[in-house]
Design a binder for this molecule. Structure first.
Ligand code: BEZ
Length: 210
């Protein structure tokens, strides 16, 4: 059964480059990004792990922990981290789940047998502070992901949680947002006393709340 939005993220205990991780306990009250990549010592993965290390402070600022995963032994993952630092200029600064027995990969449906029997595809699960899955993504092995996009979605979801606003196409932090349709005009008046622009009754725009 695949993991869907709104599901509780399955808990697990597994070895990592930073020792055993009990997932829910490790998350604590933070949000989390759990992402799989196909294999150690592969080129696209090398660039991705370097980029997530570069962006780590951005995830920290948002209260989001990052956790990578591949179906490898931690000794190999640790050796590979030297190559990542050498080629990408950033030392890996978050744990990598060593899922050689595929326990977590199977639990999260990260192996797609018609793509590869043995390697995980590039999945992303964003999990909120209540351990609910808020975003899932699946990319093919040959395409590196855009982790700035993951940050953008996290910013959007956090705005929705705190202010009942949604974000339009290609939205970037600081740009105008949309009042969620579930909020009536009466409720919106209380929440947004400064008002909004009604382009259509269902399309009410306003500057991004702080
Ligand atoms: C890579 O990370 O470069 C990669 C891994 C598996 C298949 C294709 C590319």
């Amino acid at each position: 059964m695949s993991i869907r939005l709104g599901d509780t993220a399955p808990d697990f205990t597994q070895n990592s480059t930073e020792g055993e991780i009990r997932f829910h306990e490790w998350l604590g009250d933070s949000w989390g990004v759990l992402f799989s990549h196909p294999k150690v010592f592969t080129p696209v993965c090398t660039t991705e792990l370097g980029e997530v290390s570069r962006l780590k402070a951005e995830f920290d600022q948002r209260g989001v922990k990052v956790l990578a995963l591949s179906v490898d032994e931690s000794a190999d993952q640790k050796k590979w981290e030297d190559d990542i630092e050498e080629t990408q200029g950033h030392r890996v600064n978050f744990p990598m789940i060593a899922d050689a027995d595929r326990k977590v990969s199977d639990l999260y449906g990260m192996i797609h047998p018609n793509a590869s029997d043995t390697l995980t595809v590039r999945t992303v699960f964003v999990i909120d502070a209540n351990k609910k899955v808020r975003l899932t993504l699946t990319y093919p092995a040959s395409t590196g992901r855009n982790f700035e996009e993951i940050l953008r979605v996290i910013d959007s979801m956090k705005l929705t949680d705190s202010h009942k606003v949604a974000t339009p196409v290609n939205w970037r932090k600081g740009e105008d947002v949309i009042i969620v349709p579930a909020l009536s005009d009466e409720e919106a008046k209380k929440r947004f006393p400064g008002g909004w622009e009604t382009k259509k009754p269902y399309l009410r725009m306003l500057p991004q709340p702080e």
